[in-house]
Design a protein around this ligand. Structure first.
Ligand code: PMV
Length: 358
């Protein structure tokens, strides 16, 4: 079993290096959703996601030895103090595992390859990229570190920034959270799942941008509302069942079963929001319009187009690569009219060959 002790840096150092590292890390879309947590980012149920290829964050970390820790955040070269409280919280959480950060002055410069304020959460790719940068610094201080440890601790640290970020450290299909059906799974780090049928490794994800505005309720608040939620126990149990069933569907290449589970997960996530106290709703009118259009078209042409939702109004349209032509016809004829300014982003599942290193 993996324990926190594994991730405590305990070398005594007398030389602190100065330098600069850059990492690029992708966003991910959950198939079985993480919604509800305890303690320090411990998920209430296990989750699994597709790590994407095109929606990425690129972060450069400059580090200069200093008698006291400090940092500044820039977005594409421009100071962005509004990002700093979340990152300060992250540093406070990780200092126990990375005590050397107390001896550094950091400059963090970050940018997303997807449009600003597209309503796509950048915290997963953002904290994953930042955690990878911290690990590059740690490797400078401890060159004997293995690649496996580098990635595992990056996932551990990313989780402390934003839970779902721990899955973005690996490409392809990634599981996070203790589960009886995933060997080696842990609440502390994500693990890559490499046993899916080939149809899933080139799945496409077109993100239909329904609403680019700020979310009215943050995911931190949403997770918190799962405490004392009347359906919480049943929900966490359902997620466990879905994860076990999805594993079989992924291995067997059963796309119909994949659709059933993934759509149920998306709607359950939003059902939890609508039944929280206070209740809230992140879906918009056009979210529902898109879902109805997709379901009607899928039925008419016997396709496998599948919808899923993040904690927002945008719709992720997932489909096997061979259905790209039909999906594009539906998007351009119909769905585009429900997107803000007709915007959508084409993405797909990443593979191990993707070079996310800068
Ligand atoms: O990582 P957070 O705390 O932003 O939560 C993410 C929650 C969902 O995106 C809704 C689900 C998930 O598993 O990614």
């Amino acid at each position: 079993m993996i324990t926190e002790e594994k991730f405590i840096f305990d070398k005594s150092l007398d030389v602190f290096v100065e330098g600069e590292v850059t990492h690029k890390s992708p966003s991910n879309i959950a198939l079985v959703k993480y919604w509800g947590k305890t303690g320090e980012q411990i998920p209430a149920n296990p989750s699994i996601s597709f790590t994407l290829r095109n929606c990425t964050t690129i972060t450069t970390l400059k580090f200069v030895p200093s008698s006291r820790h400090s940092f500044k955040v820039f977005v594409e070269g421009k100071r962005e103090a509004s990002f700093e409280p979340k990152i300060r919280k992250f540093f406070i959480r990780i200092v126990k595992y990375c005590p050397y950060i107390a001896q550094y002055e950091f400059t963090i410069d970050t940018m997303n390859t997807f449009p600003h304020s597209s309503g796509i959460a950048s915290s997963a790719s953002g904290f994953s990229a930042l955690a990878l940068c911290i690990m590059s610094l740690e490797r400078d201080l401890n060159p004997a570190m293995t690649d496996e440890y580098f990635r595992q601790k990056a996932s551990f640290l990313a989780r402390l920034g934003s839970g779902s970020a721990c899955r973005s450290v690996y490409s392809g299909i990634v599981e996070w959270g203790r589960s009886d059906v995933f060997e080696g799974s842990s609440d502390l780090v994500a693990i890559p799942f490499n046993k899916a049928h080939k149809v899933f490794y080139d799945f496409q994800d077109t993100i239909l941008l329904v609403d680019k505005g700020e979310k009215e309720v943050s995911s931190t608040v949403g997770h918190g509302l799962m405490y004392n939620h009347p359906f919480a126990t049943a929900r966490f149990e359902q997620a466990r069942e879905h994860l076990a069933e999805l594993k079989v569907a992924l291995e067997e290449g059963d796309v119909k079963e994949f659709t059933r589970i993934v759509e149920s997960e998306a709607l359950t996530l939003h059902a939890m929001m609508m039944t929280s106290n206070p209740y809230f709703m992140l879906m918009k009118h056009n979210t529902l319009k898109i879902i109805e259009e997709v379901w009607a078209y899928r039925k008419k042409y016997d396709l496998n187009l599948t919808i899923t939702l993040d904690a927002g109004a945008n719709v992720h349209l997932l489909y096997p690569k061979e259905e790209t032509e039909q999906a594009m016809r539906l998007i351009n004829d119909k769905l585009i009219h429900y997107c803000e300014k007709g915007n959508y982003i084409m993405d797909e599942v990443s593979t191990e060959n993707d070079d996310f290193e800068e």
